[in-house]
Design a protein around this ligand. Structure first.
Ligand SMILES: Cc1cc2nc3c(=O)[nH]c(=O)nc-3n(C[C@H](O)[C@H](O)[C@H](O)COP(=O)(O)OP(=O)(O)OC[C@H]3O[C@@H](n4cnc5c(N)ncnc54)[C@H](O)[C@@H]3O)c2cc1C
Length: 386
């Protein structure tokens, strides 16, 4: 029996599980087990909607996986012994594996600045987003400071401002919002934030988060009733503690086929992996995470057939950014994620963004039924990745 354990049932883990189930359904010598903290699928890319008080669909992972013949284990992974090929769950259960797929995702980097852990909310899980939603619902008025002016920070600030017009929302960060976009797309984004009443404080460095303010380098501070931290990315220490080779953010360093460079029986995918392409190390997105899952499944299926896994190639297509529920901007990109001239705004962009955001769950069912289709579903990047 080939025991394949997949840790994490987010976008990357479920893409791997359903593709692998589809590809191995005629084999009786493969057992696939998926471990995840929760039975409910976390639509992470919609957590700003949860945080602003919206209810998301109730998507149940065991229902999805039962149809695929995959065993689901609900539990918190507390340790991996990569040498002994064992996973510890909730400190008491142990799972043994022949191949491991590590897809436990990443979290906001709350360790980079003092006071963030104690005084700021994050959107690392549905529970965190729910806590913020409750706090915002209980505020009669006041100021919400969103730290981090990257695209996640922009989406959060816009969503909160739209749902809570009585709150003063301030977006604080190093870069100008939309800095990675073309001037036209960036201007649209800035107009949308202004229309929603979001104050932007960019070009600044947050040095401390206090219970009632955010301190900036140079001595200025921004008063805050609530602080949301969206800046930076790090992978929890579990991967490093397992003895797997990791980079400076704790991400598992992979070879071109997505196997750990230190432990080739471990595949690392999604936000938890440091995957190098010719243009650099990929940054975590759902857009790239699902293809890494499909590719890991394809590679494992090849190994089970006695063949060598192939290198993973990926090129970005777009950066879709919601600006509340009634506006959005989609920046189309070159495979290396640099912006193209083409971008979409307004209703067409809202439709596009919603189509992308809702495509994950139906894709898992499709991957299980037609696994071969999954291999063609992403951009390979042409000369950017060759
Ligand atoms: C507000 C927001 C908006 C975003 N918008 C976009 C967007 O528009 N487009 C885009 O491409 N990306 C977007 N992203 C990023 C995207 O959500 C991530 O890149 C994607 O979720 C990564 O997928 P993953 O499977 O690697 O990790 P995740 O989706 O985070 O899944 C990890 C899973 O592992 C589980 N887990 C973690 N640790 C443990 C443990 N120790 N034991 C058991 N289970 C565990 C978690 O519960 C989760 O189910 C956004 C992110 C946020 C926060």
């Amino acid at each position: 029996m080939n025991r394949i354990v997949i840790l994490g049932a987010g976008y990357a883990g479920l893409a791997a599980a359903t593709s692998l189930a589809g590809r191995t359904r005629r084999r009786s010598d493969v057992r696939i087990t998926v471990v995840n903290a929760d039975e409910r699928f976390t639509e992470r890319l919609r957590l700003h909607q949860t945080a602003s008080g919206q209810r998301l669909a109730d998507l149940r992972i065991p229902d999805l996986l039962a149809g695929a013949g995959v065993e689901f284990v609900r539990g918190w992974v507390t340790g991996v012994d990569a040498a002994a090929r064992r996973v510890r769950i909730d400190d008491e259960r142990v799972l043994e594996y022949d191949r491991l797929v590590y897809a436990l995702g990443a979290v906001a980097d709350t360790a980079a600045v003092p006071g963030v852990d104690e005084n700021a909310y994050t959107l690392d899980s549905a529970h965190d987003a729910d806590l913020l939603a409750r706090r915002l619902a209980g505020l009669g008025g006041g100021t919400v400071v969103v730290c981090g002016s990257g695209l996640t920070g922009v989406e959060c600030a816009a969503e909160i401002a739209e749902r809570h017009p009585g709150l003063d929302v301030v977006l604080v960060g190093r870069q100008e919002p939309g800095a990675t976009m073309t001037p036209g797309a960036r201007a649209h984004l800035r107009r949308a934030l202004a229309r929603l009443g979001v104050r932007v404080v960019s070009g600044v460095e947050v040095v401390k988060v206090l219970p009632e303010s955010v301190e900036l380098a140079g001595g200025d501070s921004v008063p805050a009733d609530v602080v949301l931290w969206t800046s930076g990315v790090r992978v929890p220490p579990l991967a490093a503690a397992a003895g797997l080779a990791v980079d400076e953010r704790g991400r598992i360093v992979t070879d071109p086929t997505l196997r750990s460079v230190s432990h080739p029986q471990v595949y690392a995918i999604g936000d938890a992996a440091a995957v190098r392409q010719r243009y650099g190390v990929m940054h975590g997105t759902c857009q790239s995470g699902m293809p890494t899952g499909v590719h890991a499944a394809l590679s494992i299926a090849r190994e089970l057939d006695g063949r060598q896994p192939r290198p993973f190639r990926f090129g970005y297509l777009h950066a879709p950014v919601s600006l509340g529920r009634r506006d959005a901007v989609i920046q189309f990109t070159h495979p290396d994620d640099s912006p193209k001239r083409l971008y979409l705004t307004g209703r067409a962009a809202v439709w596009y963004k919603e189509t992308v955001s809702s495509s994950g769950w139906p894709s898992f069912r499709r991957l299980q039924r037609y696994p071969a289709v999954g291999s063609f579903a992403w951009r390979r990047g042409g000369r950017y990745t060759r």
